[in-house]
Design a protein around this ligand. Structure first.
Ligand SMILES: [Zn+2]
Length: 364
């Protein structure tokens, strides 16, 4: 049973729902069994699911940042990948489809999932869930747009998305019209600066995950609103020289902005050179705790780190540390941190309280 509430800052739920028909109201093992029986493509191209409703309860998940994610067709992984675009209009179409998928999910299953757009609703959910973590509670979802290419005109579209409930936006994935991104370096463009102004106007949080360092450094200096990194590991902690990871300079800037960084328990992001053929056993869960500890040591406190699992976002059970079979196994991280001398208040901060602080700043 979970001892600590958990807030997970990154899950590509709608992408999985629309791409593979995954139904997260089910048990993760039921989803796996159904995909096996149907000889579905999801386990081969994405990996076995790590998520399911009972597993959310076992993990103590109170809330997840639920993404609206689209990929440019130049990065398409195969013909199975549907949510891709050639034009901003196509990206916008898939963003709206994903919003509709979340609305159907919470309307059809109000006791299981609930969209959180306001502070009061979040506080109510938090109180209700944390009073007795062992009692079933709905999982809160806060909408996060990952890759802003579907924003056609920032001054018009950003307020519209805010009205729909969007609360966090990451301008990049690969490079976009707005800035350089993973594997496609580059600074903020003039359109990117316009996007940030429109975001600040409505009060969206800025997710710097996937943004190239040059773009992040400028945004850290100029963005007046809340800044965070929903799912990004530090370069030095993982020993991988890629702009997908946070340089120490960016880390320092994030600390100065009182930001929180979501650590990703994905083997490729934990151990340089890891490949699926090495097997999940090659990476122990301790590696995730080491990445968390790196951020805490750099910051001099446990105030700036959380979990951003990115679960089911292009990887699955086979690609996570040995001890992880589903999200229900993430609480084992608490035991490792406790063995290393982390006090309970710090473990609580890492599991949820840091993200809770951010949400209380972001939500109107
Ligand atoms: Zn991502």
């Amino acid at each position: 049973m979970p001892r600590f509430p958990l807030i997970d800052a990154h899950e590509d739920l709608a992408w999985n729902m629309l791409t593979f028909g995954r139904d997260y109201t089910l048990d993760a093992y039921e989803i796996r069994e159904r995909e096996r029986r149907a000889n579905a493509i999801a386990p081969q191209v994405n990996g076995e699911t790590l998520l399911g409703w009972p597993q959310y309860q076992q993990a103590g998940v109170v809330l997840a940042f639920a993404t609206l994610f689209v990929a440019p067709s130049r990065k398409r992984s195969g013909a199975w990948e549907k949510l891709v675009y050639d034009t901003p209009e196509e990206a916008a179409h898939w963003n709206r489809e994903q919003l509709a998928a979340y609305r159907r999910l919470v309307e059809d299953h109000p006791t299981m999932f609930t969209l959180i757009t306001h502070r009061q609703a979040f506080e109510d959910l938090w109180q209700r869930s944390t009073q007795n973590l062992e009692q079933e509670h709905p999982v809160g979802l806060v909408l996060l747009m990952e890759n802003a290419e579907g924003i056609l005109t920032p001054e018009e579209d950003v307020p519209w998305w805010y009205e729909q409930g969007l609360r966090i936006l990451g301008p990049a994935w690969a490079g976009t019209r707005f800035c350089g991104g993973t594997g496609e370096p580059g600074p903020l463009t003039d359109e990117g600066r316009r996007l940030l102004r429109a975001m600040a106007e409505v009060g969206l949080a800025l997710d710097v995950s996937h943004m190239d360092e040059a773009a992040v450094l400028e945004a850290l200096d100029t963005y007046p609103g809340v800044v965070l990194a929903s799912h990004a590991n530090p370069q030095k902690a993982v020993g991988i020289a890629s702009n997908r990871f946070l340089s120490d300079r960016v880390l320092q800037g994030l600390f100065e902005r009182d930001a929180v960084i979501g650590v990703v328990p994905y083997n490729r992001f934990l151990q340089a050179g890891w490949k699926p053929a090495d097997g999940k056993q090659a990476v122990p869960l301790r590696r995730v705790a080491e990445v968390i500890d790196y951020i805490c040591q750099k910051a001099g406190s446990a105030r700036h780190v959380g979990i951003g699992s990115d679960f089911d976002g292009g990887f699955g059970r086979e690609h996570t540390p040995a001890e992880i079979d589903t999200i229900a196994d993430l609480p084992q991280l608490a035991d490792i941190l406790a063995q290393w001398g982390y006090i309970e208040a710090d473990i609580r901060a890492i599991f949820a309280e840091n993200w809770r602080r951010v949400l209380l700043q972001v939500l109107p």
